[in-house]
Design a protein around this ligand. Sequence first.
Ligand code: BES
Ligand code: MN
Ligand code: ZN
Length: 500
Amino acid sequence: MAHLNITARTVSSLDQIKTAALVALVPDRKTMPAPIKALDKLLNGTLSQTVRNGDFTSAIGSHCWLPGAAGIQRVLLVGAGSNDSPNVASDKKLAETLAKALLVGSATEAVVWTDGLTQKMKQPERLLEQIALQLALAHYQYNHTLNHRKKPAKALKRVAVSPGSLCALAAARRALQVGAATGEGANLTKELVNLPGNICTPRYLASEARKMARKHPKISASILDERKMAELGMHSLLSVGNGSDQPSQLITLKYQGASPKSRPYCLVGKGITFDTGGISLKPGAKMDEMKFDMGGAGSVFGAIHAVAAMKLPINVVGVIAAAENMPSGRATKPGDVVTSLSGKTIEILNTDAEGRLVLCDALTYVSRFSPVEVVDIATLTGAIIVSLGHEATGIFSNDNDLAESLLAAGDRTYDRGWRFPIWEEYHRQLESPFADLANIGSGGAGSITAACFLSQFAEEYKWAHLDIAGTAFRSAPKGATGRPVPLLVNYLRERAGAAL
Ligand code: BES
Ligand code: MN
Ligand code: ZN
């Protein structure tokens, strides 16, 4: 994937700047701040004229290109609003406007100039982080299976951001690095999630893990094949791949940023590379979207990539339960009973509730790492889209502090979640006459009963489950979003003691 270089740089005065594109943040003020007046003067009054014409309002969300002057080829005016009480939502909107406008342009290099923001900002690093994050995200484009329609590479290669009087250069550098690393991680997630099911198979995910381990000295990968999983007793996970010609894989990715003795944070990802529903076959409409059913696995890759790029001083273990859910003469049937790695037996009443079947064995498996906390990430239920639409990730947890931390991490980076209960009353729906538990409930609250099922395999540690069926991808324009990588990275940064 192409890389966008984002750095912090001090620029002293406008007339010394030489750039293909000066990106000027323009606040909404009755009278122009002195630096904006100076820019207007350099541009022979075209800036104030554009404002008078009503083509640029300085509101957040507005932007306008102007021809440049002297060493500046062109200027992108980006509205910074009244700037009185910026929040992460307004920072994100500003950054997104800036990034999208800059990336459709033809400039190969740009300088983001913040001198116009003369008012003191409470959290300038948050804005800088969003600028780097949104630039990285906007730089992504899918090309893997395009030939004749292959998009030309994005022109933009380098962006220098000048913090001006917002904050010190070192603080700006760190904020930009965090945003860029998060964006790169999310782009890796997007690429894996967008790949079709005939390319992105369980073995493809395993080879991606090995590739990542080769690239980063602090990352290692190990893979369990079906034979090893059977020896361990992971028959719930294995039952999902029974109908598929693609062998299931249990992938472990370890990032070691702290002493080997320090207990790790575990991320567990649902990696169903295609979900037909199995014998409980899904309807045909939009079934192609079930290639996105490894979004949880993709976000584990993305988060670990970002954490390694940021060199966080913690240990992280990512475990991906990868399988393909297909119907066949060998496929699992409704009513089949399997024994999970935990020893609990499961009556599979619906083979389309397969995510929980692969995750439960992965959740039992991660106990061996003595994790501080375990977060699983899964495109688990269509019901979460009924509850939350595509705005928020569903959060479920057996630990209030962990749930609060994940909610706060999502709020800080505007990749938000919303918590649901997993009360005892809901658990009763999972009782079965033929096994220790059934894999589906029968009385509504489908996302909650799915989480209740998982919680029964996560009793030994602090655990949270993120249901990302509504947030990991969009139907229009169709594609992966890279969520919830920003949430996960922010949570891990906070646990590493580094978040804002
Ligand atoms: N992968 C699906 C969930 C899903 C549905 C994700 C729509 C994204 C969009 C999951 O494996 C599934 O099929 N869940 C079933 C559970 C049901 C059988 C209890 C569902 O949501 O219908
Ligand atoms: Mn399913
Ligand atoms: Zn699924």
